[in-house]
Write a protein that binds this ligand. Structure first.
Ligand code: F6R
Length: 375
């Protein structure tokens, strides 16, 4: 971590005040975050039961995971894992329609926690029109009804949570379905998730509310990012997916603008934004999501980060988050989990309810008042 003096020492006190946290987080986002390892345990069981009941899907020539927001990011992670260990192309679709290549050999996984996201329901219908084999992952809603109508396998997960606090219930069944139809290799499959649960328990104990700022890296980073505009950088692959996840969590939980990008692409355009960044704002903070394996797997990326840090040095505070864990899956899930905690603590520091998503609800409501499904 590149350290800077912390100007928010007083603000930080709220994070060690358990009564204040209860008031600031009336709908229990922190509680859901603390219980993420148990959600993953439950999701593993649900996924295994689902596969046992449905059997493995036939091997497709391509896979499309379609969803939005919190229901898409698990798909992005699965895509990144397939790129490491698998031999079938996977794309994540965030639109009303599927891309033109979709057809009878394309497995379409429709992922919507609520089951009522119009883009996802529309993409499901498009997949049906195109004759794609389909699987749905949802807690219910229209998507579950469409699946029942069509006799399409549907993995039903427990409802009642915000989708972004249901990543275990969305990522793990998606991985289960993909791993059942494509050979992913041991480090990327369900057993790797299973083997990571103890690690997640340890992280939950380290980052939970009872651990004070002085001994809690999640609170510490939230304090460092308080009042600033965070920009998350990862490397092409799973750390860049997590950069997007951290950005989304800061947007939705802390209600702030946040940005994400991936190296090496960042080095070919966005790097020039730093030329005049200090004239635009003095509150940039860059967070690099790094994997200790990168020095071995992507040595030129490590070098690029070093050069980029020198370019940015005078314009922003910079932090490094190093993924911790023995296996790829531990590092991936642990870094995902870290961002969830940091963003919830960032919301509490800002005095905003992390669960509230009034702007998203308003937009969904307005769209629901229109006729048609957008295709
Ligand atoms: C809300 C959230 C959103 C939703 C998105 C799609 O917590 O994370 O990004 O995930 O609006 O809704 P669902 O997940 O119900 O399909």
């Amino acid at each position: 971590m590149i350290h800077h003096a912390n100007p928010h020492a007083n603000v930080a006190q709220v994070l060690d005040n358990l009564d204040a946290i209860r008031v600031l987080d009336p709908h229990g986002m922190l509680d859901l975050t603390e219980r993420f390892p148990d959600q993953c345990r439950d999701a593993l069981q649900i996924s295994r039961d689902f596969l046992a009941a449905q059997g493995a899907p036939a091997r497709p020539s391509s896979i499309i995971i379609t969803g939005l927001g919190g229901s898409a990011i698990g798909g992005d992670l699965v895509r990144a894992l397939v790129e490491i260990g698998g031999d079938v192309p996977v794309i994540v679709n965030r639109d009303y329609r599927l891309p033109g290549f979709a057809g009878p050999n394309t497995l379409v996984i429709a992922s919507s926690y609520s089951g009522n996201t119009e883009e996802t329901v529309s993409a499901y219908e498009h997949a049906r029109d195109l004759g794609c084999p389909r699987i749905c992952i949802t807690s219910g809603g229209e998507l579950a009804r469409h699946a029942a109508r069509d006799g399409v396998p549907c993995c039903i997960v427990p409802g009642g949570r915000p989708p972004r606090a249901s990543t275990g219930y969305l990522f793990i069944p998606t991985l289960a379905v993909v791993a059942a139809s494509v050979d992913l290799g041991a480090q990327c499959g369900l057993n790797a998730v299973d083997a990571s649960l103890g690690h997640l328990d340890e992280l939950a104990a380290e980052w939970r509310r009872e651990n004070p700022v002085s001994d809690n890296p999640a609170k510490e980073l939230a304090v460092a990012l308080h009042g600033r505009i965070p920009i998350f950088y990862g490397a092409q692959g799973w750390t860049s997916v997590l950069a997007l996840r951290w950005k989304g969590q800061f947007n939705e939980n802390a209600k702030v603008h946040a940005f994400a990008n991936a190296l090496p692409e960042q080095n070919h355009n966005e790097i020039l934004g730093w030329t005049r960044a200090s004239q635009q704002s003095s509150i940039w903070s860059v967070v690099y999501l790094r994997d200790p394996q990168e020095t071995e797997d992507q040595p030129r990326i490590a070098r690029r980060i070093a050069v980029l840090q020198a370019v940015i040095a005078s314009s922003a505070e910079q932090h490094e988050v190093w993924a911790a864990g023995d296996s790829l899956m531990e590092r991936l899930l642990g870094t995902l989990y870290y961002g969830d905690f940091v963003s919830v603590y960032a919301a509490l520091l800002a005095g905003v309810d992390p669960t509230d998503i009034a702007g998203i609800d308003l937009l969904k409501g307005e769209m629901a008042n229109l006729n048609g499904n957008g295709r």
